[in-house]
Design a protein around this ligand. Structure first.
Ligand code: SF4
Length: 252
């Protein structure tokens, strides 16, 4: 079997409660969403990747193994956009005794249900309306798929992380509604402030670097994070605010 892969590399997990764990990242190309804050826009098109066989991916994973390896992270783009290829790869890595981690936007709960048994860890996004991931008339369908993906993950015994990216001015009522809906699930809830990368910050400080002022204005204020964390804490037991570490270190 073959599928579209953008890149395979070894690095540290940069988000969520497993931040700092060494992983081999298999970045699938192709994603059906269009989030305003996307930091991998180059991976959204299938054609941005290389058509690779299962054996080629496994050979590269094998070459990147290190003594501190925590797990294989299937990321994107969106890995569930190629569910058969994902299932084939995750089956093979599991047979080799490796732990599997999936980072998904949860756009297709049916696809997730066919692969959930192969994952030890799942990081599932909940997109807010302001993220413009889909046209407004498609938002409810996306949201229902995300919630269903969380339910399948929890019911499958997967260590489940639910992540929401926070931009400046995020509507707190929407956060309250989402947390209420998630309150019956055993999850880690990650509030991830939108963060400008270290490189971008340095560029901004250069003469003429004001071009990315829009990005800096999208970063939430600290008081917004306190407020959102407190609201989430009313519904959920395990709430954390964690920025993206790889942007601070300027690594992949
Ligand atoms: S789901 Fe992820 S890869 Fe797809 S557009 Fe949104 S941020 Fe980018």
């Amino acid at each position: 079997m073959r599928g579209y892969v953008r890149e395979i590399f070894s690095s540290f997990q940069g988000e969520g409660p497993l931040v700092g764990r060494r992983q081999i990242f298999v970045r699938f190309s192709g994603c059906p969403l269009h989030c305003v804050y996307c930091d991998t826009p180059h991976a959204r098109d299938f054609s941005s990747g290389t058509l690779m066989s299962e054996s080629e991916v496994l050979r590269r994973i094998s070459a990147l193994r290190t003594s501190d390896l925590h797990s294989i992270s299937f990321t994107g783009g969106e890995p569930l956009a190629q569910p058969d290829f994902l299932r084939t790869l995750a089956s093979s890595t599991r047979k080799e005794g490796l732990a599997n981690y999936i980072e998904t936007n949860g756009f297709n709960a049916d696809s997730f249900s066919t692969t959930a048994d192969l994952f030890d860890f799942a990081s599932i996004d909940i997109k807010l309306k302001v993220h413009n991931a889909v046209p407004p008339e498609k938002y409810d369908e996306l949201y229902r798929n995300e919630i269903e993906t969380v339910r399948i993950s929890v019911d499958s015994g997967v260590y489940t992380i639910v992540k929401v990216v926070i931009l400046r001015g995020t509507p707190v009522d929407e956060i309250r509604r989402i947390c209420d809906e998630l309150s019956s699930f055993d999850i880690k809830f990650v509030i991830q402030p939108f963060t400008t990368s270290k490189r971008r910050r340095m560029e901004r400080e250069q003469p003429g670097g004001a071009w990315n002022a829009v990005e800096s204005q999208a970063e939430p204020r600290v008081e917004e994070l306190f407020r959102i964390s407190e609201i989430a804490g009313k519904f959920l037991r395990d709430v954390m605010v964690i920025p993206q570490m790889h942007k601070m270190l300027d690594i992949a």
